[in-house]
Design a protein around this ligand. Structure first.
Ligand SMILES: [Zn+2]
Ligand SMILES: [Zn+2]
Length: 167
């Protein structure tokens, strides 16, 4: 069976799980997202749908951030709906999704809805301390060089990245 890896959920699925573009007669090619991810994406991009399902806005925001490489997303609209009601986001002025561990992925355990103002406060704190989850660089212990990602300063991160690219 022909298999293909979905660009969104990164799961390997049979090609029958992917929509096809019809392209002149017998020629066609497959979508890069599987059917499940593609229908999710279509729903989320539909403004009318987002109006009735406000948590779909969140997914839109998450997908955007993940596309830029900030984290991986493991949430779908159903998960966000459950968080929405668990955290009573409907009572908030400006509900926004927060990752408890800023460097963690978008998972059910790591995510919660909080007020946007609260989220922004956390952002400010992130800027004041060297990094929210790290006191100093895990590798060299500096606080002078700015934090890059995953507890590493700019220079350590670049070094690590170069090494792993070379392997
Ligand atoms: Zn998928
Ligand atoms: Zn360092």
């Amino acid at each position: 069976m022909n298999m293909k890896i979905c660009a969104q959920c990164k799961m390997e699925k049979p090609v029958s799980e992917f929509y096809r573009y019809k392209n002149r007669g017998k020629y066609f090619y497959y979508f890069s997202n599987c059917k499940k991810c593609e229908s999710e994406r279509r729903k989320v991009y539909n403004p009318a749908y987002r109006l009735i399902h406000p948590w779909a806005n969140t997914l839109n925001h998450i997908l955007y951030r993940c596309k830029r490489g900030y984290a991986k997303n493991y949430l779908n609209t159903k998960d966000l709906k459950s968080l929405w009601f668990r955290d009573r986001a409907f009572e908030m002025k400006n509900p926004s999704i927060d990752r408890k561990n800023t460097y963690g992925d978008y998972t059910l355990e790591n995510c919660r809805y909080i007020e946007l103002t609260e989220n922004m406060k956390r952002d400010r704190k992130r800027k004041e301390t060297w990094a929210l989850e790290y006191k100093e660089c895990k590798n060299c212990g500096t606080v002078k060089i700015p934090h890059n990602a995953k507890g590493l300063c700019m220079s350590c991160y670049v070094k690590k990245w170069r090494v792993s690219r070379a392997l």
